[in-house]
Each structure stands twice: as structure tokens, then as C-alpha cells.
Write a protein that binds this ligand. Structure first.
Ligand SMILES: [Ca+2]
Length: 251
């Protein structure tokens, strides 16, 4: 029989802060964009990216531009990075999508998505991303996927922040279900993601939970290796034994 080892995920499920409200001061979004390529973020797959007449990707519009940390701001247009553009418009039942991973494809506890729809194309031509859904997978890059956030972007050249309850994620799947009217493409400038950082009080709770889990694991180990009950200190006295054998107080 195998020991059950508490993963961070199991601990998160057991911990009260997993049910914390959004404004719970025990949690805050970190300040490091863990999707940034320079921080180890990666693009695993995408539905499409703009192709030229020879069916070759257009570097200025490739999906990798979503995590390159280059932004179109004001009159500034990075020459080699205009944003990401799909090669087809999103349609009902056939959305555009991108799958991301963090450094070394490690699982992270995340709580914030930031989308910047700004590209070199003006909002008025309707190519900007509009409605989106964010899914996470804690296992494989092919899912199973759990929806953690859906929302609508403003059709404005602004970084836009979407917070959600902390959730574990190994892979992110950002699904763009609509644009602002274009029948050509859907575009997006940059995608950022931030971890949930626990406050001091929450850390104390987590430590207590972990200590309790360790104690239970030791009990389980002893019950298997020493063939003893899980809770020997509260075993009833053997039949016929009339001695007063109050169990010692448990620690
Ligand atoms: Ca970019």
C-alpha cells in the first residue's frame, strides 16, 4: 500500500484560504509576471497565427509576441512585435486559443490574468480580442481543463486586469471567443499572469495544517509497519480488564 503524500494541491483544498473571498487580505497577487518569456513562460500551442501569402508565419504577428514583454504604447510600436494575430476570425464553436506554460512546466498557484489588447492596429477596425475564457490544467497540456475566469475586454488600448480565486495551474488555455467585428483576424498584444502570494496569517494556518497532516501520516505509517491501530492511545481496554486505563491525553 502506498502512502498518500500531501501535495500542495491537496493542502490548498484543505486549507481555509482556498475558500477565501477575493478581498481576503490573506492573499495578494505577486508582482512578477510568470508568463513572461524572460521569466520562463512558454507558448505550448495555439489555434493559428498570421501567415503571409506563402503560408509562412509573419514574425511581427507571431504568437510568441504575447509573452515577449514588448508593448505597443502610445506612438511606440516595437518594430519586430506588433502583437499576436490569428489567421482567421474566431467563430462560435471555433474560437481562437493559446496554451501557455510556466517555467519548467511547473504548477503554480495563480490569481491574476492581465490582458493587453493593444496592437499596432487601431481598435476601430475591430480585430481586438473581446470575449475570453481562461482555463487551467494541473496535469497535461491537453487538459482536462477547468474554467476559472471568463470576461470581456474593453476595446481600448489599456492593460486590463482580471482577478480570480487562487487556483493551481500547470497549463493555461486562453480562449478568445469573439473580436470587435472584424471578419479577418483576432488580435492581442500581451498576456500576463501572476501568482497568489499568501500573507503571514495564512502561512501560519498552512503550517498548522501541514503539521497535522504529518502527524496523521506518521500514525498511518506506524499502523502499517507496526501493525498497530491508527489511534492506539484511545483503544478500548481489552475485554475482562477492569483496570482503570484512561488513555493518555493526546498531544
Ligand atoms: Ca507583446
Amino acid at each position: 500500500m502506498r502512502f498518500w503524500l500531501p501535495t500542495v494541491g491537496a493542502v490548498a483544498l484543505l486549507c481555509p484560504f482556498a475558500l477565501a473571498q477575493r478581498d481576503d487580505p490573506g492573499f495578494a497577487a505577486g508582482t512578477t509576471n510568470i508568463l513572461l518569456a524572460a521569466n520562463g513562460g512558454r507558448i505550448i500551442a495555439y489555434s493559428s497565427e498570421m501567415l503571409d501569402e506563402n503560408k509562412r508565419p509573419v514574425p511581427q504577428w507571431q504568437a510568441a509576441n504575447l509573452i515577449d514583454g514588448k508593448y505597443v504604447t502610445g506612438t511606440y510600436r516595437p518594430e519586430d512585435s506588433h502583437g499576436w494575430s490569428s489567421n482567421v476570425p474566431p467563430k462560435q464553436g471555433d474560437p481562437a486559443w493559446i496554451i501557455f506554460a510556466f517555467r519548467d512546466e511547473k504548477t503554480r498557484l495563480i490569481t491574476r490574468l492581465v490582458l493587453d489588447p493593444t496592437t499596432v492596429d487601431p481598435p476601430v477596425i475591430g480585430r481586438g480580442a473581446r470575449d475570453f475564457e481562461l482555463y487551467v490544467s494541473t496535469t497535461t497540456k491537453d487538459g482536462p481543463w477547468a474554467l476559472v475566469k471568463s470576461g470581456r475586454l474593453l476595446n481600448k488600448p489599456l492593460r486590463q486586469t482580471f482577478d480570480f480565486l487562487p487556483v493551481e495551474a500547470r497549463y493555461l488555455r486562453l480562449v478568445i471567443t469573439s473580436n470587435w467585428g472584424s471578419d479577418r483576424f483576432v488580435e492581442l498584444g500581451e498576456v500576463e499572469c501572476y501568482e497568489a502570494i499568501a500573507g503571514e496569517q495564512v502561512l501560519d494556518q498552512l503550517i498548522i495544517r501541514l503539521e497535522n497532516l504529518l502527524r496523521d501520516l506518521k500514525r498511518y505509517r506506524d499502523s502499517v509497519t507496526l501493525n498497530q491501530p491508527l489511534f492506539p492511545e484511545v483503544q478500548p481496554a481489552p475485554e475482562g480488564d477492569t483496570t482503570d486505563t484512561a488513555p493518555p491525553a493526546s498531544q
